[in-house]
Ligand binder design. Structure first.
Ligand SMILES: *Cc1c(COP(=O)(O)O)cnc(C)c1O
Length: 386
């Protein structure tokens, strides 16, 4: 028997003549770095405006964006940064790289977003920042987090690497009054292969971040006046040109994914043992960076076999993030003085989700309902077999 052809999904990344023209524009400009060209400046204006704020800074990638956010706030050695235990490792690595301690907390078993009660329990006098991750585009409970942060006198940095165009009770990410960090890596909702950006509600911190991201050098400096310690995290003109084109198709794609996810999620929830990621009506615009579901009670090994089976059938499926404290990297520097087991005991949901979660690439949600019906049938078969 020959293998059945799998369902076909739209490609990712997507591009057309808009990106081609944009790259040509950047090339012929004759200035390929931001200090001489116009593309990064224009992209920053457009990205800030799109998210309802004034100050955006484009950088080399999302990991650097998080590092830079913390640095602009003066967070460094000795500080503690609270991060969800279930996230991509950059959330904690950014804190650890600048000498801070990353403190993992548990997440909600349904939304996979940071658990606010658990967060309150790990706040100490050294805590400087809470870093919610808007998991797969679902904005974390910003009302409760803002209140907790205000009461405790700590700041919030949004890891918005999954949340381009997301909203919380009608507010755009840039209107939520905290620094937000984005990624434009190849798989993200808009991309130039690599890249990142920050939104700042505060002009002074934006200026600090600008200096730091350009070797401490003021914008118009010609005299090598390096005013603060810094590094080079500047985005190049080609990336920004492509990102301006990518931003132009984001709304249409979000609209489509917002229609498709309820459809797919309803089909998945009918499969015995499958539990799709939950929502929150207050997170009223979700760009759907991933289509996620759990197989509660499954072992990591069994989940991985399921992912293999889905991939064989042509589904762009992946295992979910491993709980950050279950990686070697986490323990190299900036880990709390707690054992793995102790952290795992207070993060039971992140621990379980790290074993039993599967995600499908967001290009799945750009496919037709027919294709999604086929997808759900394949998931049902694979789950029944496993
Ligand atoms: C992708 C991602 C990042 C880092 O972005 P890069 O551009 O790959 O450095 C940070 N946080 C989360 C949650 C991510 O998914």
């Amino acid at each position: 028997m020959s293998p059945r052809p799998g369902p076909t999904f739209p490609d990712w990344p997507q591009f057309d003549d808009t990106e081609r023209r944009a790259l040509d524009r950047a090339l012929t400009q004759g200035q390929w770095w931001r200090m001489g060209g116009n593309e990064v400046d224009s992209f920053e204006r457009e990205f800030a405006e799109y998210h309802g704020t004034r100050h955006a800074l484009a950088v080399t990638n999302g990991t650097h964006a998080l590092e830079l956010a913390l640095q602009a706030m003066g967070v460094g050695a000795g500080a503690e940064v609270i991060v969800p235990a279930f996230t991509f490792i950059s959330s904690s690595q950014a804190a650890q790289r600048i000498g801070a301690v990353a403190v993992p907390v548990d997440v909600d078993p349904d939304t996979y977003n940071i658990d606010v009660t658990a967060t309150a329990e790990v706040i100490t006098p050294r805590t400087r920042v809470i870093m919610p991750v808007h998991m797969a585009g679902l904005v974390a409970d910003m009302d409760a987090l803002d209140k907790l942060a205000a009461d405790a006198g700590v700041r919030i940095v949004q890891d918005a690497a999954h949340a381009h165009g997301a909203r919380w009770r009608g507010k755009r990410v840039g209107e939520l009054d905290s620094i937000a960090a984005f990624s434009f890596q190849n798989g993200k909702l808009m991309t130039a292969g690599e890249g990142g950006a920050l939104l700042f509600p505060d002009a002074d911190e934006y200026e600090k971040a600008f200096l730091h991201h350009s070797c401490g050098r003021p914008r118009t400096d010609r005299g090598y006046h390096h005013r603060v310690a810094g590094t080079n995290m500047r985005m190049n003109e080609f990336s920004a040109a492509v990102l301006r084109a990518q931003l132009g198709r984001l709304d249409r794609q979000i609209e489509l994914r917002e229609q498709r996810w309820p459809f797919l999620s309803a089909l998945l929830s009918r499969i015995p043992g499958v539990r799709p990621q939950g929502g929150d009506t207050r997170a009223d615009r979700n760009p759907h960076y991933m289509a996620m579901f759990r197989l509660p009670g499954w072992s990591e090994e069994r989940r991985n076999l399921l992912v293999d089976r889905l991939v064989e059938r042509g589904i762009p499926a992946y295992a979910g993030f491993r709980a950050i404290y279950r990686t070697a990297a986490f323990w190299e520097t900036g880990a709390p003085e707690e054992s793995v087991d102790a952290i795992a005991r207070r993060c039971p949901n992140a621990d379980a989700i790290g074993r039993d979660c599967v995600w499908l690439h967001h290009r799945t949600l750009l496919a037709s309902e027919q294709v999604l019906t086929e997808t759900a049938e394949i998931v049902a078969d694979a789950v029944a077999a496993g």
